[in-house]
Write a protein that binds this ligand. Sequence first.
Ligand SMILES: *[C@@H]1O[C@H](CO)[C@@H](O)[C@H](O)[C@H]1NC(C)=O
Ligand SMILES: *[C@@H]1O[C@H](CO)[C@@H](O)[C@H](O)[C@H]1NC(C)=O
Ligand SMILES: *[C@@H]1O[C@H](CO)[C@@H](O)[C@H](O)[C@H]1NC(C)=O
Ligand SMILES: *[C@@H]1O[C@H](CO)[C@@H](O)[C@H](O)[C@H]1NC(C)=O
Ligand SMILES: *[C@@H]1O[C@H](CO)[C@@H](O)[C@H](O)[C@H]1NC(C)=O
Ligand SMILES: *[C@@H]1O[C@H](CO)[C@@H](O)[C@H](O)[C@H]1NC(C)=O
Ligand SMILES: *[C@@H]1O[C@H](CO)[C@@H](O)[C@H](O)[C@H]1NC(C)=O
Ligand SMILES: *[C@@H]1O[C@H](CO)[C@@H](O)[C@H](O)[C@H]1NC(C)=O
Ligand SMILES: *[C@@H]1O[C@H](CO)[C@@H](O)[C@H](O)[C@H]1NC(C)=O
Ligand SMILES: *[C@@H]1O[C@H](CO)[C@@H](O)[C@H](O)[C@H]1NC(C)=O
Length: 343
Amino acid sequence: MIICTVSLLFCSVLSCLVDKLSERATKDRISYHKSIRRALAIECLASDHEALVDFKNGLEDSHNHLSSWRNTNCCQWRGIYCDNITGAVVSIDLHNPHPVLFDSSPRKYEMWNQSGELRPSLMKLKSLRHLDLSFNTFNGIPIPEFFGSLVNLQYLNLSTAGLIPPHLGNLSHLQYLDLKTVGLHVENFQWVVGLVSLKYLAMNGVDLSSVAGTDLVSAVNHLPFLIELHLSSCHLFGQISSPSSLNFTSLAFLNLSSNAFFSKIPNWLVNISTLEHSGFYGNLTSLTYLDLSNNTIEGVIPSSIGAICNLKVLILSRNNMTGTFPEFLQGIENCPSRNLFLI
Ligand SMILES: *[C@@H]1O[C@H](CO)[C@@H](O)[C@H](O)[C@H]1NC(C)=O
Ligand SMILES: *[C@@H]1O[C@H](CO)[C@@H](O)[C@H](O)[C@H]1NC(C)=O
Ligand SMILES: *[C@@H]1O[C@H](CO)[C@@H](O)[C@H](O)[C@H]1NC(C)=O
Ligand SMILES: *[C@@H]1O[C@H](CO)[C@@H](O)[C@H](O)[C@H]1NC(C)=O
Ligand SMILES: *[C@@H]1O[C@H](CO)[C@@H](O)[C@H](O)[C@H]1NC(C)=O
Ligand SMILES: *[C@@H]1O[C@H](CO)[C@@H](O)[C@H](O)[C@H]1NC(C)=O
Ligand SMILES: *[C@@H]1O[C@H](CO)[C@@H](O)[C@H](O)[C@H]1NC(C)=O
Ligand SMILES: *[C@@H]1O[C@H](CO)[C@@H](O)[C@H](O)[C@H]1NC(C)=O
Ligand SMILES: *[C@@H]1O[C@H](CO)[C@@H](O)[C@H](O)[C@H]1NC(C)=O
Ligand SMILES: *[C@@H]1O[C@H](CO)[C@@H](O)[C@H](O)[C@H]1NC(C)=O
């Protein structure tokens, strides 16, 4: 365990350091802030109102969280956001405000347990861009097929909503997709190829044990705008492959920790200095956080990794790597204010 440049105070134990780094990572990550303000004064569209009433009738609202979904102006309903000029519904935010942490009391979870049926009436909301159903219970039903028709969606958060995603591949405007969930199995990764606007994808905990590293990389390689990829604890296996050219050159956060990769460090990380000059490969100059820990990554730690000037955190612990961290990082002298943590 070597820490190259340490600016953390009094952090002698490794776990403490990892916590600090994760904290820092959280701060640095792109965060999706709802730019939409609630437009309470505007009157909602009659057609949107009708669609929402039908949608509500499908839900089992056993705790009456949707009690405000009664009056005529749906722009004033809980979780509903309207465009302040047209009155069209642009956002539905029904996330559970008391998300269960895996070690916390299950009673909190029951406080916001929206379940039942997701009706296709959502499709009638032509301006819907933002949908957050995170931390609700839909009892593992598949994501309804019609979700694939909500083509204007830019943000979809189904984290711990118990839904399985085979039908999302047509959402070409989607920028944020959060499916972090434990206990779901997703058969393949091919559907991701259609999500060409994606900036953020998180599926931590989803069982992707049918997906090999090569399929993963070739799918991700269709996402030129991807900034964050979080696929920790997904049972991914095999090689992390090296396609002949890279599309995902905006990538800043890559977390593939705790999978079953049996792989060398891929070329797109090893040959970074040659990549920069070859023009054939894209370069990964934006890469900031890389966590490949707890897999079976083999080989030596490439000294060329020093050429990625933005890289702040590189976590390779719990693998089968040989040798020590290179003392001399190639290209490091080209990085003005280098601050890299290696674990
Ligand atoms: C990677 O994901 C795991 C699981 O969510 C988390 O514990 C770890 O801190 C993440 N790594 C980084 C560098 O954020
Ligand atoms: C509508 O909202 C936008 C941003 O949310 C704001 O800039 C604009 O002033 C608002 N317009 C009206 C008429 O309230
Ligand atoms: C959520 O509600 C459904 C029925 O409304 C119930 O069957 C289920 O046990 C509840 N789950 C939790 C975690 O509260
Ligand atoms: C999705 O929702 C969960 C819980 O509400 C939240 O913690 C997470 O940050 C959201 N994901 C994104 C990408 O906004
Ligand atoms: C995606 O769109 C195509 C063409 O509109 C359609 O044929 C297909 O069924 C859609 N797929 C999904 C999963 O919705
Ligand atoms: C790069 O992305 C574009 C657009 O998604 C795609 O057409 C192309 O095949 C991708 N290249 C590779 C090598 O996958
Ligand atoms: C390492 O990954 C395995 C699954 O591959 C997981 O069961 C285990 O908890 C992980 N260990 C740590 C320390 O994260
Ligand atoms: C990366 O390095 C390996 C081993 O030195 C070499 O075989 C491969 O051709 C290099 N790839 C590129 C794109 O330079
Ligand atoms: C790396 O890629 C970026 C964006 O594509 C480009 O601006 C930059 O010049 C490239 N750097 C090198 C060293 O090739
Ligand atoms: C680790 O790598 C060595 C060779 O470098 C190999 O003999 C050993 O089987 C590997 N261990 C695991 C758990 O893969």
